[in-house]
Design a protein around this ligand. Sequence first.
Ligand code: SF4
Ligand code: SF4
Length: 320
Amino acid sequence: MEFTCCEYLLYQIVFSQDTVIPCCCSPTNNYKSTFINDFNGQKFNINEYLNKRNEYISMLKAGNIPACCKGCSRLIKKEWNEIFKINRIIITHRTKCSCNCIYCSLIATSNQTKQELNTRNTYDIKPVLKNMYDNNIIDNNCIITVAGGECSEYPKEELEFILYLALILNCRLEILSNGIIYSDAIAKILQAGKCRLKISVDSGTKATFEKIKRVKAYNLVWENLKKYGLAAKKGKNSELIIKYIILPNINDNLKEIQSFINKCNKINQNKIELAVEYLWFERNKEKRASENIKNLYNKLKQAKFTISFESNEIKSWLSN
Ligand code: SF4
Ligand code: SF4
């Protein structure tokens, strides 16, 4: 049947701090799309999730856009395949992280201090994933994204379980890390294949790294990038992506980007992802990119890096 819907509602599941949600991109602050509220890992009930999902879909089929989705650019009218299987799982229930980025959305969007985020108790995702696996609701082509806080600081057996599940299901893994703590488990899964590890450094010099990350770990991160890069080269379809989030007036100058290029070349890595700090971008995306940002982008293109973008919106903004 043709109707207006989005692929996140149909096929994606996000385990956030205390809710299970279809996406992280609701355009409104007043309403959030939610499958399960007050989630603590104990109550994951596939039928409860399915009922809520089907409620949203019935509304959309009847032509009623849920309040949380009004104005969302991801809504598309087309013939949707409604066969139920999850094809994307995003794990982001933990908040502990040794880094302290100035743009951290955990701090910006919650009422918790860094210390509270670092000591906060949360649920164990293992039984939840096991339940999904036992009920055969994970698609063969599923992508599992392991985010944070910082996944190398998850309890060891929890991270290993996620990686093991991805391996036996032959899923593609996407791991987001700050690169400060080297994880043997991540290196092993890179070597096993089908794993994309993304590490955001946002800088080429120590001074700028410390200004943005607010920790003294510049050399450590580049050493770990080198080791992960070697592991990724051994794994079929694995890759290391070094991310550069542009922060206007902080890291959008040619000296910084040239140092970044030199550092990447030194460890023989050339796959990068560009993003723009999300709060700044929301305020300024109607304006054109500044000369500084255009020069930075041109410099990266001249360096012949393989460049991807955090979103198509950022790609077209940088390209215009
Ligand atoms: S339409 Fe937008 S806000 Fe609603 S679930 Fe999909 S991506 Fe999220
Ligand atoms: S690495 Fe991620 S979770 Fe940690 S402080 Fe930076 S943005 Fe926040």
